[in-house]
Design a binder for this molecule. Sequence first.
Ligand code: LLP
Length: 438
Amino acid sequence: MPDLPARNVFPHTAQVNGQGRLVIGGCDVVSLAADFGTPLYVFDEQTLRDACQTFLREFRARYPKTQVLYAAKAFSNLALARLLAEEGLGMDVVSGGELALAKASGISPSQVYFHGNNKSLQELQEALAWGVGRIVVDSSHELVLLERLAAQANKTQDILLRISPGVDPHTHAKITTGILDSKFGFSVATGDAERAVRQALSSRHLRLSGLHCHIGSQLFEVEPYQEAMRITLTFAAQMREYGLKLTELGAGGGFAIPYLRDQRPPSTAEYAEALATTLKSSLKELGFGEPAFIIEPGRSIVGPAGVALYTVGARKEIPGVRTYLSVDGGMGDNIRPALYDAQYEAFVANRMDAPATDVVTIAGKYCESGDILVKDVPLAPSQPGDIIALPAAGAYCIPMASNYNMAPRPAIVMVKDGEARLIRRRETYQDLMSTDVA
Ligand code: LLP
């Protein structure tokens, strides 16, 4: 069998078959494209399960009281939510919609943490009524609302406070969250965090069980996590004088994945080692017991498991400038290149064994010049009708998809042992007009 190029960006079961075609989960992706149409997103069940088990194993081996929550925003889907719950992950939700998904998935509400910098009254009511495990409070406005709602419902709600530790994690500015100039969390530096702890501790219907921080996403360095945890724990120690008891500490998500063949982010074991070492030494130094430790991976659970498939259409060569190869998807299903200058590898899925002797810019079909999926990428020579595969597309593509240009959003399949199961059908034109009132 021919070799798989750039193995690190593909799902674990990826192979190239004797016909030179990409195979995932035992399914020839060219046949999947024919059966389900393109653009198509393919998720490999084995890679998803491996990621869950690796996170649980590596973190619990070093700190047994670790809980792993899946950050649902990375890809929200019912079949996926059921699979992750089956693997023992809790869920981090950030909206009424994600809360509804969690509820429909059958997960226990005690395993659900509700985040967000501006949760609405209705969302908070929904969370209280369902009995979510924790509400991660982000503002003093929210503390006031929640105390009132909990009092009306005659309930006591467990909460965490989201702390902004003032740490720069060196990632794209649009996915940095823990610095001082951020809309998220209570800043330690400005005294906001201290005021929030006092306010929370004096709220009769809220039980403050600990602190949370999340500093950003796609973080290749472990030091910013360590620094954020030290700052948060030092702050927690100072707050003991007001009566804070630290039963939980949340360190957020942000674990990086490889998008490109030469990227080597820390392994899950390396992240676990770095975080657990700092956690244990800081807890000891500051005289804390063993709080529960919460992590919230999103991208690192679903990202590596997903591959996007497109069909090649028009080609435009501008001599001495650039060659555009247009495909049947683009910014409507993957806004990341346009929004964050995100980079991807690309392959001709029906000719994986051919050398990449062409250099093309893969353009989408949307009416925007910025609708470019991959710029100047080496690719095997291709023709209209060929299938392009973009690996590492499992996170933040589908959930950020839009219907721009009235484009139906793609179908999604889950593959395993040679079987493909539709987990979201392609939208129809009728779907696109179904909420219009005329
Ligand atoms: N926890 C909290 C509180 C978060 O805000 C996030 C992501 C996560 C966990 C999960 O982070 P992850 O493990 O997926 O890095 N749309 C951007 C990423 C935005 C991340 C937002 N928050 C992208 O496409 O890169």
